[in-house]
Ligand binder design. Structure first.
Ligand SMILES: C[S@@+](CC[C@H](N)C(=O)[O-])C[C@H]1O[C@@H](n2cnc3c(N)ncnc32)[C@H](O)[C@@H]1O
Length: 398
């Protein structure tokens, strides 16, 4: 299908005008974030490209990740970032012990995609993105998300030809990840301490850019006040990684002097057991009965998307059993997939869950079904745009 030139030009003019409006809204503080601008700019790019240029861009996209990994594993971006000054390729070569030509070639691509700036002949400068991309947590994310996605891609055709219906086949691996790595993701992480540390660092880092963290989306102290003073109650973060969500809650609500309990797998919590933290850490498998009964608040943040429906059912029933009806609340965070017109990030995260863990991001209707089947009822959904929303849940009377 070929689009007539005049129609294409009109489309581009329309989009450019919409971008102008979106920028104005953002500049005047009428838009919460820049997501409209990003979406419109992406549309403008796609529609400006001829189909061949469009295909060409898709074809070479994996090389962005390849260049990025050469740069971060070789310490090139870290060196550029920590100098904080104009830096030549020769200086970077000396700092990183890498051939100058490698640096020039890798940074040629990374400057073209905005990771850092090229300000002259073989002369570079970090921009606002560079230190974040070169940080421990983000590098962890590239290692545990992007690298597996690339590895899975190498044999994706073979996997789907062997298992067209995936896990329903006899002896099928749980996911494309399990097919590629020979084990499920959390088993792989348990056996590979460096990758597990990457995963945990990434879990924390990905929360840093949240314009609205869980306790901003759900104002805990005022919402729960109707049932007595919240400050002396118990909050349990189930599958809470190394406790970053409890720590940030307390930073924002220093008047809370109740009990904060972190639960996660032994390999997650054991490294921090001896440390002085604002919460009590305990190893707990959420597929087993919840040992803390009748807490005021249970958190289940970014957990359900890791699991299939039957597994989510077990996790939720264990919580429903522990909750005191009319008193305990459960906050579940997750990206709600719109039934039409899901954004790119939502669709990408859904693909990631599918391929890495044979699980998925869910629509509001799917979440409602899961909750209902586990004896829980949704009180309110605290929407958070294209970020993780908070679903407030209570246990039904038994
Ligand atoms: C996607 S992470 C989310 C972490 C954290 N809640 C957050 O939002 O940043 C899922 C967490 O579930 C933990 N997890 C996986 N299996 C578990 C299990 N069987 N019992 C308890 N925690 C588990 C993982 O170790 C990981 O910390």
């Amino acid at each position: 299908m070929t689009i007539p030139q005049d129609t294409r030009k009109d489309e581009l003019r329309n989009l450019a005008a919409k971008i102008q409006d979106a920028v104005e809204n953002y500049a005047q503080g009428k838009a919460k974030n820049s997501s409209d601008i990003i979406k419109l700019c992406q549309d403008l790019q796609y529609r400006s490209e001829s189909p061949e240029v469009f295909a060409e861009r898709l074809r070479y996209q994996p090389l962005d990740i390849c260049a990025l990994m050469i740069a971060v594993e070789g310490g090139i971006l870290q060196a550029l970032s920590s100098r904080g000054d104009d830096t030549t390729a020769d200086q970077l070569a000396e700092l990183t012990n890498r051939p100058r030509l490698h640096i020039v070639r890798v940074l040629r691509l990374l400057t073209a995609i905005g990771v850092c700036d090229e300000i002259g002949f073989q002369l570079y400068r970090a921009n606002d993105k560079t230190p974040v991309v070169a940080s421990k947590g983000q590098i962890g994310g590239f290692r545990v998300c992007s690298i597996p996605a690339c590895a899975i891609t190498t044999n994706i055709a073979e996997y789907f030809s062997k298992y067209p219906n995936e896990t329903t086949a006899e002896g099928a691996p749980r996911s494309a990840y399990s097919y590629t790595y020979g084990k499920d993701m959390y088993d792989y992480l348990r056996e590979n301490k460096d990758r597990k540390a990457d995963f945990d660092a990434y879990m924390e880092a990905r929360k840093k850019d949240k314009q609205r963290r869980w306790h901003h989306v759900y104002p805990v102290m005022s919402e729960l006040a109707s049932n007595g003073d919240v400050s002396a109650t118990t909050i349990v973060d189930v599958g809470g990684s190394r406790g970053h969500d409890l720590e940030s809650f307390l930073e924002s609500n220093p008047e809370f002097n109740g009990s904060l309990i972190l639960q996660d797998l032994p390999e997650t919590v054991e490294p921090i057991m001896g440390e002085k933290r604002v919460f009590k850490a305990m190893a707990h498998d959420f597929f087993r009965p919840q040992p803390i009964k009748g807490a005021r608040l249970y958190l289940l943040l970014a957990v359900l998307h890791n699991w299939e429906d039957a597994e989510c059912g077990i996790i939720l029933r264990n919580l429903a059993e522990a909750m005191k009806p009319g008193y305990s609340r459960l906050l579940v965070s997750g990206m709600l997939v719109p039934e039409v017109d899901a954004g790119r990030l939502t669709a990408e995260l859904d693909m990631q869950m599918w391929l890495l863990q044979h699980s998925r991001q869910r629509t509001k209707r799917e979440i409602e079904e899961l909750m209902g089947a586990a004896g829980l009822e949704i009180m309110k959904i605290w929407e958070n745009g294209d970020r993780e929303s908070i679903i407030e849940v209570q246990a039904r009377e038994k």
